[in-house]
Design a protein. Structure first.
Length: 255
């Protein structure tokens, strides 16, 4: 037992040292950007320039420059904190930083011309549909239509380009779901990259594999392609296939 306790303490100490090293490599300027509640995205380009996006403002270049050596060292330390590696053979890194609830993705050559990374912070406040209306981003009738769709448990597809607010709107719809049905609801959130925020109790697990099992698609090894999985034992989807073939084509394109 004492040996196990000693081992756990060693792992904890190592983790703390790595996080401290990571803070030192980020430096005061980058940490300040991470701590700024108005900053939502921080990007390092291969020329060493740092760009940031703030709430309500477009992406803009800062006067901060990070050299390739420092950037590569930072990526390696992030990899160590995440319990993985990044190198020529495995040049892509993604995961959650241990502070500020930020999502990190980094890339090394030969995938890029130099070390680069992008950091996206989780929203500090969830906006509801009423907030969209007050800001003039949605008409009241549109907000009510979305609210009715949530209440009627209709399928909703949120799509758009990078930075267009897909996650923000999806979070708003999740908030409406909780408001309409209460926190006792069972909500399953499946994400490749964790970004959605839900104040209710979330069911975790092995994501897609678990979901396929829930809908009766069999074991993960025998799981069908996403199109078939979505249509498996789903009368609404079968109706879409039979009566509205163009919808099926659109669904396949989205998947």
């Amino acid at each position: 037992m004492s040996s196990l306790r000693s081992s756990n303490e060693t792992v904890s100490e190592l983790s703390m040292r790595l996080e401290r090293k990571l803070e030192l490599e980020f430096g005061a300027r980058l940490l300040g950007m991470l701590e700024d509640p108005k900053v939502v995205d921080i990007v390092l380009n291969d020329d060493g320039s740092i760009w940031i996006e703030k709430l309500g403002s477009p992406m803009s270049r800062t006067d901060l420059v990070v050299g390739p050596g420092r950037a590569a060292s930072l990526l390696c330390t992030v990899a160590s904190v995440l319990g993985t590696v990044i190198n020529d053979e495995s040049p892509i890194l993604e995961g959650d930083l241990p502070f500020e609830g930020a999502r990190f993705e980094g890339v090394l050559p030969p995938v890029s011309r130099g070390p680069i990374f992008a950091i996206r912070k989780l929203a500090t406040r969830i906006h509801g549909l009423d907030d969209y209306v007050r800001a003039g981003a949605l008409e009241a009738t549109d907000a009510e239509a979305l609210r009715s769709a949530v209440e009627d448990r209709l399928n909703i597809v949120v799509c758009g380009g990078t930075g267009t607010g897909k996650t923000t709107l999806a979070n708003a719809l999740l908030l409406e779901k909780l408001r309409l049905g209460g926190t006792h609801q069972r909500i399953v959130v499946l994400e490749d990259t964790p970004e959605l925020q839900c104040a209710g109790e979330i069911t975790g697990g092995d994501g897609i594999e678990a979901a396929l099992d829930v809908v009766g698609a069999g074991t993960p090894e025998k799981a069908p392609p996403p199109q078939r999985a979505l249509h498996h034992n789903n009368e609404g989807s079968e109706q879409c296939d039979k009566d509205r073939p163009h919808d099926r084509a659109a669904l396949d394109e989205v998947i």
